[in-house]
Design a protein around this ligand. Structure first.
Ligand SMILES: Cc1ncc(COP(=O)(O)O)c(C=O)c1O
Length: 304
């Protein structure tokens, strides 16, 4: 079977993906100064739809704003470009990755006077955990702490932040776990390297709040809204490490990870290693919303 060549959007033009290249000295490649988004595309009975596109593009623009990064494209242009690219690539489901980067090749960390390019990829994408989505994942509490807002703006989805994600994720994998869980310097639970975290304890749904130095995930927000809509109370607050270990259910929420239950944290088995009832219910409702099966959340879908 001949695979369809993917196109990308670069600075207003749709071109072959292999034509979109940059010099190795590109500022954002050397210094991690890019900002990006990750957005899922789902097949629905009413056609292909991009999930919470507007919210992702708003976060993208805010990430740029935090770094005073001047983009040559606004909300409407980037939104339209994502839709057009998904259509061009004929995706039924997959992932959209808008990325803004400093293209300057001069040596020097300052971005003053340096130009920014915007790029978008749209590609097929499946299970983030390589087939473990259903089975659940094992997690190691990382020896690396989550970066905090006095060091870097954690609410900006910036490339450089991901070094913290990479080192913790690699550490976890190197000792046989699927993923890491990062805590703050004072021992509170923050998030996964690319996922927010929820726990269920005594029937209550709990997730670390904005003060926990987390990326305010759009999936996290979807789960909160779905829970509220289903009459399930939610507590956004500080979560101590031992509270996580003694939780009845724990799950990750993220665009790539979707809703994935955590079956073991370090040596502690959660809910006998299987997804708990609230996790299953929320995962199903999230999937329904993403696949256009829940009339309540149809406004989260942008049809291409
Ligand atoms: C560090 C981090 N936390 C949380 C999330 C979840 O965010 P979202 O649900 O918007 O994908 C992500 C993924 O984008 C992430 O990279």
């Amino acid at each position: 079977m001949v695979e369809k060549k993917l196109s990308v959007w670069l600075e207003g033009k749709i071109i072959d993906s292999d034509k979109a290249t940059v010099p190795i000295l590109t500022h954002s490649l050397q210094y991690g100064s890019g900002i990006f988004e990750g957005i899922r595309v789902y097949e629905t009975s009413k056609g292909v739809a991009i999930f919470r596109l507007g919210d992702h593009i708003r976060r993208f623009l805010n990430s740029a704003k935090v770094y005073s990064m001047k983009l040559n494209y606004g909300f409407d242009e980037i939104t339209d470009a994502c839709i057009k690219l998904v259509k061009t690539n004929g995706l039924a489901s997959g992932y959209v990755r808008p990325f803004a980067f400093y293209h300057d090749t001069r040596i020097g960390v300052s971005t003053e006077g340096k130009g920014v390019s915007v790029f978008i990829a749209a590609l097929p994408f499946g299970d983030y955990f390589d087939g473990k989505h259903e089975k659940g994942v094992t997690c190691k509490i990382s020896s690396w702490h989550r970066i905090n807002s006095s060091i870097l703006p954690v609410e900006a989805k910036a490339s450089g932040n991901y070094l913290n994600s990479i080192i913790s994720s690699n550490e976890a994998r190197s000792v046989g776990f699927d993923e890491a869980i990062l805590t703050s310097g004072d021992g509170y639970v923050a998030e996964g390297p690319g996922e927010n975290i929820f726990l269920v304890k005594d029937g209550k749904l709990i997730t670390p709040g904005a003060g926990a130095d987390i990326l305010m995930g759009i999936t996290r927000d979807s789960i909160i809204k779905i829970a509220m809509n289903s009459g399930i109370g939610i507590e956004e607050r500080a979560v101590h490490r031992e509270e996580l270990l003694t939780a009845d259910e724990v799950f990750f929420a993220g665009t790539a990870a979707e809703i994935t239950h955590i079956r073991r944290i370090d040596s502690v088995i959660i809910n006998d290693g299987v997804a708990g009832p609230l996790t299953k219910m929320l995962a199903q409702k999230y999937s329904d919303a993403a696949h256009g099966k829940d009339p309540e959340f149809m406004n989260w879908l942008t049809f291409v």
